[in-house]
Write a new protein. Sequence first.
Length: 819
Amino acid sequence: MGNYKSRPTQTCTDEWKKKVSESYAVVIERLEDDLQMKDKELAELKHVFSSDEAFCKVNLNYRTDNGLSLLHLCCICEGNKSHIRTLMLKGLRPSRLTRNGFTALHLAAYKDNTELITALLHGGADVQQVGYGALTALHIATIAGHHQAVDILLQHGAYVNVQDAVFFTPLHIAAYYGHEQVTHLLLKFGADVNASGEVGDRPLHLASAKGFLNITKLLMEEGSKADVNAQDNEDHVPLHFCCRFGHHEIVKFLLQSTFEVQPHVVNIYGDTPLHLACYSGKFDVVKEMIQLSGTESLTKENIFSETAFHSACTYGKNIELVKFLLDQNVVSINHQGRDGHTGLHCACYHGHIRLVQFLLDNGADMNLVACDPSRSSGEKDEQTCLMWAYEKGHDAIVTLLKHYKRPQDESPCNEYSQPGGDGSYVSVPSPLGKIKSMTKEKADVLLLRAGLPSHFHLQLSEIEFHEIIGSGSFGKVYKGRCRNKIVAIKRYRANTYCSKSDVDMFCREVSILCRLNHPCVIQFVGACLDDPSQFAIVTQYISGGSLFSLLHEQKRTLDLQSKLIIAVDVAKGMEYLHNLTQPIIHRDLNSHNILLYEDGHAVVADFGESRFLQSLDEDNMTKQPSKGPRTSWMLTSLCRAVPAAAAAADMAYHHIRPPIGYSIPKPICTLLMRGWNACPEGRPEFSEVVTKLEECLCNIEVRASFLLWGLRACDVRSAATVCAAGEGVQAEEKTDSSQAVPADTGLQIQTQSFFSFRGRKGSQPHQALLLLFLLGYILKLVFWSIYTHKRIRVQARFCDKKAGGPMDPYLGQWGKGKR
């Protein structure tokens, strides 16, 4: 039997479906990532596919940074079926996956290009091939809702009941996204309407939860009738979901007598559909359920000792719903569950003060006590609704309850006396301990309020709250608006004074943020300090989200230049913190606390765990402000894109350092190795980290610009001809366009030419590539030699000193001698 207070806010099924939703969002992100092309590259590709002459010269082995072959690019850049046919006849494999895990058929299905889908299938593409997430092209077309693409794939033999990584069939996906035409097609080709997902969910469960009435009707048709009483792994039937989410039209449809729905069935938590409707405050659904199925569910208790009336009081925001339930003959306002708690207990525990007042006005008894049913009879800790309100810090409700004491309890007595004493009406814990713990905290807040500059003082009325973008033990983070700016608001819990650590964290974070002013550190807007129930910290809003979200939720792949930009910004922010007059140690530098702008630059955020250097002695922390494991963490996390917890576990328990990719520049590898030094003095300062990272970034940018110029300037074949003829001077105008970083490193820069190097007839492909690489390397050496020599000559020619001749570039002196 469960305890009311222990009821989770979400079930296991809820958590799983949230993960499923996130996984499909990641699929779409990865597909869109494959479709994103640079403007210049896109223009060149469109030219290639629009010109037969250019297409004839195309390099069949060309691949982009994302691993896109010419077949993939043809599906993206307005190619046609003749291009597909030609490329496949020349040996390009349609089974090749991009770095994001998709074939050309996947991309064509996502783009709804029926001509290319047909051409690929006629050319031998496997309609059953799976890509990222075990998704087939049929899954992809269903996600996008392209019924024509779905029709073609089904006609070419696609398995209609194939399951992906989360055990969803295409029919599950169509029901989840509400694609009616696709659902009709899938049913026409024999889709199983009762196929079970990972947690036992059927397509009818998904359509009912999402509120798609027409799809629900399609699934319930005679030809393919779904089981209306099918249960998932938590014993939910479809009626549970449509009641919970307030889809009263589907409720009315399912409760028709022809379907034989069981309206009073319970899940593993003991909840009837009526319970879930009341927990969600769906008044229309509650009325529909009672009208069509009667009042049997009103008397059922779940494992948390709650009836539907308790559930409505737990929700607490719909007093009309509570009134309606009290009007039913079987409902009593003072009904106690098996553990003794009433609807008034529920309202007090969740802070619904208007409902508390309504219940008291209508005869709710505040003296009824609840107890923990798991304890023995001699150990029961009886608790009134006032104690539940006090426990959660709802001071206004505590005050209200004191003024609503019943007439028989009116007598001169100590309101904090124990139950059973003369004249006592309620048990309240002694406030002395709480007062002691609040004394220092109030002093800290008063000092902070006095020392904070006036322009940082905010009133809660100045802030407009929008959606929640994060949460933690302190409270929640909202996106909002303040002083005509889009901001992020870190709102602390209302009962802040009940937790000393929260007050300390709030005061310390505000005192740190108000001193910071650097482009690589989050900007402070202000704080609400007037009332402990209104504590809030307001900072700038960073629209790109956290680095953790980018790497581990969106599963985005960053090239080396993007990683270095982030690393440089973070290192600059940390260097700034460590070089302040009173240095600040962040102590919680991880991917959750690195926020990204849309342009890829980063800022360091979240100073809740930070400390001023002088206070570190109290926390038994190291006194080295610029040296520590966070340096190596920052670089390791960026270079490897793995969860920090996994790397930390290996390093702490197995003394294993994470492997470093072979494509990581050597200077960064050296920094990583030094950051892992067991001796703090051997670790690099952040100033050194910034210098090294900027050097690497500069080299990458220069290299990228030269290679990009080389791609536009010449053909590899002409460069090879020049090199073979020994025309060194002409080679100055040619560039190396054949070298490329391996496609699977995730860090490459585009360097491969669109046009092919044609070797002798019968030569092996790897021999041609090797020759191309060697020619490019020789050409690079020749180019840099001539470029450097000319630069010195030009510099010497124009640097003329008044009293002497031109500067000798070799001897470093002025004179008229020969150079």
